[in-house]
Write a protein that binds this ligand. Structure first.
Ligand SMILES: *Cc1c(COP(=O)(O)O)cnc(C)c1O
Length: 475
């Protein structure tokens, strides 16, 4: 499989190049040049052995091609999933009022990001050890990306990871999942600022093409194609659990931030999976405005109790445009250029309809998130994380409008509630501590604090130079 940029000027990259780079050199994002189609008969066949792990082995090779031989790939995938705590990997509890939750939080850092990230860590190590090249990953996180990336690459030989987390702005447990990792290839900074301040510093590093090349700098946010690729499998798994006959449509509701997860859903649909997708967002409702009004406006972010979705620049949107228009690079290029200039664009009507044929949307206010957590707890004795509650609020609303709609609906649970005790308390439900939480709270930590008046850019550059020196000594 070859990879092209959404903006049309970069074509024919290998999977290896796609995994090891972030943005394409024309500023766009990478997507495969074609999408393999899965027929209804194939779906029925797959439904006979409906394990998540077996679907990964069926779908991921369609996009990797012969770049990782099958027996190596199986080893890498086994390693990637070896640390997961639930044998079925994605349990689907069924609750009152036809509420079905796909629990995607049984990896090391309790968010859905672990599933794809742990695979991508293994792909990177495979390619880098083969080419004997060291990679430094830079990650500015609002909470879950940093911990999932650290967990995926801790102790790997060919990768170092530098993470900036927003001190005091993510949950205490999210922070501990980063600061308690003591391996030498993990470097954590607690910066006194919001994600916009951090993005500014990281943007400056990434804009220095020569520096990026010299020190081989990459990222593991959802710009990385390989994360999207693994996430495609989630939709097939959830669908087959609900409709093993491969006939009826299933609606899948996705707590959405940067749109990486929903992009994977759009690709699953493009491959022939009969799903209807809904993006659920909090008061950072940029995506809702795009879908409902065709209006893309970038605004400052608002802090909510669902912090991993506090994003007003859903950067994977251009991938969705590309998927929905069969790769119209000129159109995507034009729209992104306009957006850069004006921070406010109106989508052409045809594109708006094309996007709507893939996704619907729903936005919810803070008070409704809390009320949803409370109702689900009262009804089921089941505790939702605040991100998942955003999507469950959609289910409760639809149920009140249309009781007779019998299309199956599944809510993707993007994180475990045990990561967000503060939000649970605000919603009036109890927080149950457990062994995992207590171990984290007792573990030794290591990090560097960055204060407002310090030069973060210089600190980051110094760290990258230090990693490079250490690497030379090893070589
Ligand atoms: C990252 C994250 C999201 C948003 O996912 P995107 O792929 O960026 O849309 C939602 N919920 C949780 C808990 C997350 O960690």
């Amino acid at each position: 499989m070859k990879y092209n940029s959404t903006r049309g000027s970069v074509k024919g990259l290998s999977f290896e190049e796609a995994v090891c780079t972030g943005f394409a050199s024309d500023g766009g994002m990478l997507l495969p040049e074609s999408y393999p189609t899965i027929t209804r008969d194939q779906l029925k066949e797959w439904a006979k052995t409906p394990s998540y792990r077996s679907l990964v082995s069926r779908i991921v090779p369609l996009y990797i091609g012969d770049e990782i031989p099958a027996h190596h790939l199986e080893d890498l995938l086994d390693k990637a999933f070896s640390t997961f705590t639930s044998p079925e990997l994605i349990p689907l509890p069924r609750l009152k009022d036809d509420l079905v939750i796909a629990e995607m939080f049984h990896g090391q850092t309790w968010s859905f990001k672990d599933y794809a990230m742990s695979c991508v860590g293994q792909f990177l190590e495979y390619f880098l050890s083969r080419s004997k090249k060291h990679l430094t990953l830079l990650i500015a996180t609002s909470g879950d990306t940093g911990s999932a990336a650290i967990s995926a690459v801790r102790g790997l030989k060919w990768v170092d990871v530098v993470v900036f987390l927003p001190r005091g702005r993510c949950s205490k447990l999210q922070e501990l999942q980063m600061t308690t990792v003591l391996e030498d290839n993990v470097h954590v900074y607690r910066a006194d600022g919001c994600s916009d301040d951090m993005d500014d510093v990281f943007g400056k590093i990434h804009a220095d093409a020569e520096f990026v090349k010299r020190y081989n700098i990459g990222s593991l946010n959802s710009v990385n194609w390989a994360r999207i690729m693994v996430q495609i499998v989630h939709y097939f798994y959830i669908y087959l659990k609900m409709e093993p006959d491969g006939e009826k449509e299933v609606e899948i509701v996705v707590p959405t931030g940067g749109c990486g997860n929903i992009t994977a859903g759009c690709i699953a649909r493009k491959m022939g999976l009969p799903i209807k997708l809904v993006c659920a967002v909090n008061e950072n409702d940029c995506v809702d405005k795009i879908v409902k009004e065709g209006n893309f406006v970038t605004k400052p972010t608002i802090s909510t109790i669902a912090p991993s979705m506090d994003i007003q620049m859903p950067y994977n949107m251009e991938r969705i445009w590309s998927v929905a228009t069969n790769g119209n690079g000129n159109l995507v290029n034009q729209l992104m250029a306009n957006l850069n200039q004006t921070s406010n664009i109106q989508l052409p009507g045809t594109l708006q309809n094309q996007v709507r044929s893939y996704i619907g949307s729903f936005s919810v206010k803070e008070a409704d998130i809390k009320a949803t957590i409370k109702r689900c707890y009262n009804d089921n004795d089941y505790i939702l994380c605040p991100h998942t509650a955003v999507a469950v609020a959609y289910h409760y609303k639809q149920q009140s409008i249309d009781k007779n709609n019998n299309m199956a609906r599944v809510i993707i649970s993007t994180a475990s509630p045990r990561k967000f005790p503060e939000a649970l308390q605000e919603s009036g439900v109890p927080f149950k501590s457990d062994k995992g939480v207590e171990e984290l709270q007792a573990a030794p930590t290591r990090y560097t604090d960055l204060e407002k008046n310090e030069d973060w850019l210089q600190a980051l550059r110094d760290k990258i130079l230090e990693i490079s020196e250490k690497q030379k000594a090893v070589d």
